[in-house]
Design a protein around this ligand. Structure first.
Ligand code: ADP
Ligand code: MG
Length: 615
């Protein structure tokens, strides 16, 4: 049999290797910026077009490369950073594998101009798919400029796999933050499609964080400092009251390299225990310095997952350091520990004033009267199309007539003011409902007992409502007497711009979207003035998290986020009318059985099952 094993041609090997290094434009950004830092730059410019699909360019003022080095830098395993295996254990630089440039050049059009301080003229090199297309002399400032164009031009499958420009830009921005945050002594610029989105002057850590995340950060940061034999910790945590529902402002850096560590994250969260609500995350920017030989950064190709020699000790030190900072800076507990957060009123209900329930007794009520009391007096009810739902009630109407007691309860309690669903209809023939443990709304139906999960059901109702409004643009807006000025970070603003149209459709009105501040002039009917900031914050956070994977439409994502944030919570008391409306509106939904998050909204316990209990 003939020999069948062949060596892969270099360019194929490079393409395969590139898959490991370059997943998306953001990976190129990371590699190029890290090279610039390793080259001792003091100023780095990042230039992006079309989410990095058309152009990613990094311009630095670092050491530059000689003509030979410029050529060599694109060879696999060409690195100036290590020369022996021992060096691997004492790395101070970001790169060391010598494969980033080779990989990038295998899958893109690369244009490099570079000059060292000792050269008069620089080198201009063009490479396309690992092939050198041209090499010339060029007049260029000291430093290096590398432009990466048409990423994945020769691997259509990978190119098609890329997400929208906006999503790719967001990944790039994340990467930019991570690099910029650890190097406040370097100035950074970031241009996207010709406009400047970041201009970060040389400064200290704290100001760098503020420049990146917006001036609102200024008052949120609490410094953290600790030096032990094992680790030096510095950086900042955000005050507990600014803990967010989203992850995002959580950063660990080990020896100036961004890392992900669920274990250490847990240590931070543990230090905040009791100070923040269970479903929120504290913000933190923590810089750890450990002996380079005690950390293995080589276990993952993208190098964000690390292994520390003594993680347990690190955990303990980190947790107590943060506790100490929280105590030292008088960050007093802001939450009432005895208080069940589930019983919190959602913000849409806060500041609405206390409503004293008025119970009026129907004087005309006579339990022995044959004719039913008219439940609907005073309201103009309109029947909803609740086909199918009505079927469940078939046969109940008659029983109801004999059970007038329930109707009296409805009558009296519907006098309670401030219902959830102003102006909504209530089915006349609906049996009485009651609320169980402020969590379920219970009613009887033909086949048994109906138990509705109030939070999930309301999520479903709101989801369908908002989805409709976003697409049909029919949201009702409530104009604010005094426009509200809100401050956002740049990336929050970018997201806001992305979702602005949909938000306008559901009733938000923005007057100006400029430098960090946004004027809100109108909001949807459901959103109270006091909650606007929170709603927008959470919306942006939810959207950022959910949309990043790009698998669902913007409208759906937003409707989900809105429903999640505005739905009635578990723990909330619903008056009778709200309970009835909840039931009716749920069954008027297209998909009443599941919440937008695919959780069951109601169940029916059959009469048979109940009968069995009495056997
Ligand atoms: P690594 O960073 O792992 O060494 P790379 O492929 O990223 O490998 O880069 C190869 C080499 O090219 C580097 O070791 C460095 O010598 C040189 N190089 C890359 N980018 C720059 C730059 N911006 N300025 C100066 N030298 C650079
Ligand atoms: Mg490198």
């Amino acid at each position: 049999m003939a020999d069948i094993i062949k060596l892969l041609p270099d360019h194929v090997a490079n393409q395969i290797a590139a898959g490991e290094v370059v997943q998306r434009p953001a990976s190129v950004v990371k590699e190029l910026m890290e090279n610039s830092i390793d080259a001792g730059s003091t100023s780095i410019k990042l230039i992006i077009k079309d989410g990095g699909k058309t152009l990613i360019q990094v311009v630095d003022d670092g050491a530059g490369m000689s003509e030979t080095d410029a050529r060599l830098s694109f060879e696999r395993h060409a690195t100036s950073k290590i020369s022996s295996a021992q060096d691997l254990f004492n790395l101070e630089t970001k790169g060391f594998r010598g494969e980033a440039l080779a990989s990038i050049a295998a899958i893109a059009h690369v244009d490099m101009q570079t000059r060292t301080s000792s050269q008069e003229v620089g080198t201009h090199l063009k490479i396309e798919g690992s092939k050198v297309v041209s090499q010339d002399l060029v007049a260029t400032p000291q430093g290096t400029s590398i432009a990466v164009k048409n990423l994945f031009f020769n691997i259509p499958a990978r190119r098609n796999f890329l997400k929208s420009n906006q999503v790719e830009l967001r990944h790039i921005t994340d990467e930019f933050h991570r690099v910029a945050m650890v190097h406040p002594d370097i100035e950074f610029y970031f241009y996207n499609n010709g406009s400047e989105i970041f201009n970060l002057p040389r400064t200290k850590h704290r100001q760098r964080i503020v420049h990146i995340f917006g001036s609102k950060m200024e008052h949120r940061l609490v410094p953290v400092n600790e030096e032990t034999e094992v680790v030096k910790i510095s950086g900042f945590i955000c005050k507990p009251e600014f803990a967010k529902k989203s992850r995002g402002e959580q950063f660990f850096f080990a020896n100036n390299r961004f890392i992900k560590s669920p274990y250490l994250h847990h240590a931070v969260v543990a230090a905040f225990e009791g100070l923040i609500k269970p479903d929120t995350y504290p913000g933190y920017f923590l810089f750890l310095e450990v002996d380079p030989s005690s950390i293995d950064i080589n276990i993952h190709p993208t190098k964000t997952e690390v292994k520390f020699d003594d993680e347990n000790t690190l955990y303990a030190i980190l947790r107590s350091t943060i506790k100490h900072s929280l105590g030292q800076f008088n960050v007093a507990p802001v939450l009432d520990f005895e208080h069940d957060p589930n019983l919190d009123t959602p913000y849409s209900y806060k500041e609405k004033g206390v409503v004293i329930p008025k119970v009026t007794v129907d004087a005309a009520f006579n339990p022995f009267q044959e004719t039913p009391v008219n439940k609907s007096s005073g309201s103009n009810y309109r029947k909803q199309s609740t086909k199918g739902w009505e079927d469940m009630y078939e046969g109940l109407g008659h029983q109801n007539d004999h059970n007038d007691f329930s109707s009296v309860i409805i009558e009296s309690e519907s006098e309670v003011q401030g219902t959830l669903y102003s102006g909504k209809e209530v089915e006349e023939h609906l049996a009485s409902t009651f609320q169980m443990r402020r969590k379920y709304v219970v009613s009887t139906v033909r086949s048994g007992m109906l138990v509705i999960h109030q939070n999930r059901a309301h999520e479903r109702i709101l989801f369908e409502k908002f989805l409709g409004e976003i697409t049909v643009k029919e949201g009702v807006s409530q104009q604010l007497l005094f426009p509200l000025e809100l401050t956002f970070s740049k990336q929050e603003l970018a997201i806001l711009m992305e979702i602005k149209e949909s938000l306008t459709n559901i009733g938000f009105a923005f007057q100006s979207l400029e430098e960090e501040t946004v004027k809100v002039t109108g909001v949807p009917m459901m959103v109270p003035e006091s909650g606007i900031g929170t709603v927008l914050d959470r919306l942006i956070a939810d959207y950022n998290e959910g949309y990043a994977d790009g698998s669902i439409s913007q409208a759906e994502m937003l409707a989900k986020a809105l429903s999640r944030n505005l739905a009635v919570r578990t723990g909330e008391v619903l008056d009778q009318e709200s309970q009835l409306t909840l039931v009716n509106n749920l069954f008027a939904c297209k998909e009443p059985t599941l919440s937008p998050f695919q959780k069951i909204t109601y169940t029916i316990i059959s009469e048979g099952d109940i009968d069995k209990k009495f056997n």
